[in-house]
Ligand binder design. Structure first.
Ligand code: NDP
Length: 330
């Protein structure tokens, strides 16, 4: 039988402490099932939060972590019509458990992805690009030439926001934390298509929307919270919308009363997991995945900087992942 291996945790805690590797023999595939060899899976902040037990999704323990990842179909059951060996697939559902080498699963749990996009692109298709896509589409009617603002702009999700804005002709004002090599980061984000990049400390003094005449943002995407979010909010256009999708600073989102009364600010939240649940197999979901795939195929999108780590060195991947300090989506 195939030599297979999976990562497992039996209690909540720090990922590098509670996650362990186990070998397993794959169970016999049934007629409506497929067997998949995993090719790559990312570590998202929400994976870490789930293992810590601080996430609204609480899998039954012991559990195999990992929400996202891409696999190759290596065999299909007799009744399976829509997959053939060699197909690349990603899970349709949250908390499927991608941190394993192989899986035998219901064919209905997986969806096919294009062979024309890379392994990294496929392994990270369903969370960050989709989150960026929905947040730019679903809250404000944006036209080419409009401006949006976001914090945590160098996050994986933020990098897709930047790139989608470039593709759709939307100006993006991107807020990041200061660091030693800030100029390097600014250049990297500008190359992706960022129209403007500001550090947090510049938010209160920036002349961007005054002397420089940049249109005020109609949409603010917030994955940080705290003072950062409040400072961003000051620049929002009258009637503008703030969408909160993460809380990396661990600080609550504070909205001044005056912003509601005199600027008619709207505040929403977004969670891609919920959106996918509500739109499972819908035309909107199909169209979004196709759109993103086409952008990859046309070289209009690239995945964020990453490091590929062999499965057996999973500890390195867990330790290298910035342990997220806030709540996260997915
Ligand atoms: P990454 O690990 O790629 O990036 C994390 C980002 O958070 C970096 O930009 C980092 O900036 C920033 N950050 C960390 N701590 C702070 C802080 N105290 N103040 C300001 N910025 C901080 O994350 P992802 O792109 O995968 O996710 C980003 C956020 O979006 C997470 O909260 C994630 O859970 C959420 N998310 C939510 C989704 C949803 O559906 N609601 C879907 C996808 C993501 P620096 O480089 O300065 O450390």
């Amino acid at each position: 039988s195939t030599k297979a291996s999976k990562l497992v945790y039996s209690e909540y805690g720090e990922a590098s402490k509670v996650v362990r590797q186990e070998s397993e023999s794959l169970r016999i595939q049934k007629d409506h099932e497929i067997t998949v060899r995993m090719l790559a899976a990312p570590v998202n902040p929400s994976d870490i939060n789930t293992i810590q037990g601080v996430y609204p999704i609480k899998p039954k323990l012991p559990s195999v972590p990992g929400n996202e990842g891409v696999g190759e179909v290596i065999s299909v059951g007799n009744n399976v019509k829509n997959f053939t060996p060699g197909d690349r697939v990603i899970p349709r559902y949250n908390a499927w458990g991608t941190w394993r080498t192989h899986a035998v699963c219901e064919a209905t749990e997986m969806m096919k992805v294009s062979q024309n996009i890379g392994i990294i692109e496929a392994a990270t298709l369903s969370v960050n690009p989709c989150t960026a896509y929905r947040m730019l589409q679903d809250f404000v009617q944006l036209s080419s030439g409009d401006t949006i603002m976001q914090n945590g702009a160098n996050s994986a999700a933020g990098q897709y926001v930047i790139q989608l804005c470039r593709v759709w002709g939307i100006n993006s004002v991107n807020v990041v934390r200061n660091r030693d090599n800030i100029e390097e980061l600014k250049c990297y984000l500008a190359d992706l298509g960022a129209t403007h990049v500001l550090i947090e400390e510049e938010l209160r003094t920036t002349e961007l929307f005054k002397a420089q005449g940049v249109q005020k943002p109609k949409l603010l995407l917030n994955c940080v919270g705290g003072k950062n979010a409040q400072d961003c909010l000051r620049h929002l256009f009258k009637g503008g919308v703030m969408v909160t999708y993460g809380g990396m600073s661990r600080q609550p989102v504070t909205i001044p009363t005056s912003a509601f009364i005199f600027k008619d600010i709207n505040a929403h939240g977004f969670w891609i997991t919920q959106w996918n649940k509500d739109h499972d197999r819908s035309p909107e979901q199909e169209e979004m995945l196709q759109d993103i795939t086409c952008m990859y195929e046309a070289d209009l999108l690239k995945p964020p900087i990453h490091k590929l780590v062999p499965f057996n060195n999973y500890q390195e991947a867990l330790e290298n992942t910035i342990n997220p300090k806030g709540f996260s989506g997915v």
